[in-house]
Ligand binder design. Structure first.
Ligand SMILES: NC(=O)c1ccc[n+]([C@@H]2O[C@H](COP(=O)([O-])OP(=O)(O)OC[C@H]3O[C@@H](n4cnc5c(N)ncnc54)[C@H](OP(=O)(O)O)[C@@H]3O)[C@@H](O)[C@H]2O)c1
Length: 332
């Protein structure tokens, strides 16, 4: 059922209908020889399930985790390799999207270990801080941006921009390169006005929605710029409401909530999708041979984002402003 933006009540109803109806699964595609990056693949996350499936379908998958230590990365790699037909996962590397240096280092590392080849970039990593709406002030990144904007959108723009030459090369060679942005139905909390004139006060959910709207603009603009000439298809998606580290790993939670959570966590599968179920639309967009780029997807099918997302002038302006920021980092 295509998503219709609306109130919290209609979203909850929509989610319930989803829970009770058949959960679509992506159809298996042979991904042998395809090189894929999945950002944000910590165990327990949706990205982890995406990476596992793509490795099992034969892709060479590189995954990223921002904070995990070496031991956790090695466990993740071992599991991914077990999921694959062969030891086809390149490696897991640290990537902090909110840190320009980390993004640059990651891109340089990837270029080297992959011989400059990248077929599919899955921009999955993201944050939603302060699920409980308790922050009174915006939280800023080290370089002064609102933290959701910096991590979910600007960091993703930066990474994609650095990897773009490899994707275009792959598009020319294989005829099929892709950028898949994991957005959210919460993008309907965003608006184009706020993209260019962010207010001083912004609660975390609105900030999250704003960054997710920007990710849809980013996917659509990429598609407009590079689909025809570069064979680079781009799409955005909502994975569904799932229980993951994001849903259950709330920061600074009060003790009563931690206790309640412990009690309700076993019930999570009754009210939310599993990370594996939530991974399906991402996998579908990354692999479906007939995927029509330049669209928003839900439940492994095209869906309609809010009207602001279809404003081409806003997408173009956002791209140009983000690109100016990118160049101000001394990069091209
Ligand atoms: N779960 C849902 O219901 C839902 C609904 C709609 C959309 N989404 C979107 O789906 C995507 C995956 O979410 P999830 O539910 O799987 O959440 P998750 O379990 O919290 O996974 C998010 C991933 O992003 C990584 N990450 C966090 N901060 C980062 C940074 N600064 N730089 C690079 N990576 C960073 C996390 O690493 P750490 O674990 O080390 O923090 C983790 O690997 C996100 O984009 C989210 O917005 C989720």
């Amino acid at each position: 059922m295509p998503y219709r933006p609306g109130s919290a009540v209609s979203k909850a109803f929509h989610h319930l209908v989803e829970l009770c109806s058949r959960k679509p699964m992506a159809e298996r595609v042979d991904m042998s020889g395809r090189k894929v990056i999945v950002t944000g693949a910590t165990p327990g996350s949706i990205g982890y399930q995406v990476a596992r499936t793509l490795a099992a379908w034969g892709a060479d998958v590189a995954v990223t985790c921002p904070r995990n230590g070496k031991a956790a990365r090695e466990t993740l790699l071992r599991e991914l390799r077990d999921a694959g037909h062969r030891s086809n996962c390149i490696e897991a590397l640290r990537l902090d999207l909110a840190d320009a240096r980390s993004v640059t280092d990651f891109a340089a590392w990837y270029r080297e270990v992959s011989d400059g080849r990248l077929d599919v970039l899955i921009n999955n990593a993201g944050i939603l801080r302060d699920v409980l709406w308790r922050w009174r002030e915006q939280r800023l990144s080290a370089d002064g941006f609102e933290i959701h904007w910096r991590t979910n959108y600007l960091g993703t723009f930066h990474l994609t921009r650095l990897l773009l030459p490899m994707l275009l090369e792959s598009g020319r060679r294989s005829g099929d390169a892709r950028v898949i942005n994991v957005s959210s139905h919460q993008h309907d909390k965003g608006s184009n006005d706020r993209l260019f004139a962010p207010p001083d006060r912004l609660d975390s959910w609105t900030a999250y929605g704003q960054s997710k709207l920007a990710l849809i603009h980013h996917a659509f603009e990429l598609h407009r710029r590079y689909a025809a000439d570069g064979n680079l298809r781009s799409a955005a998606l909502h994975p569904g409401s799932a229980y993951s580290n994001m849903t259950f790993g709330w920061q600074d939670e009060p003790r009563w909530l931690r206790r309640t959570k412990r009690l309700v966590t076993p019930l999570a599968p009754l009210i939310l999708l599993t990370p594996e179920q939530a991974a399906q639309t991402t996998i579908h967009c990354a692999t479906d041979l007939h995927l029509e780029g330049g669209h928003y997807h839900e439940r492994c099918a095209k869906a309609e984002p809010i009207r602001d997302a279809r404003d081409e002038a806003a997408s173009r302006r956002l791209w140009e402003e983000s690109d100016r920021w990118f160049r101000s980092l001394g990069q091209r």
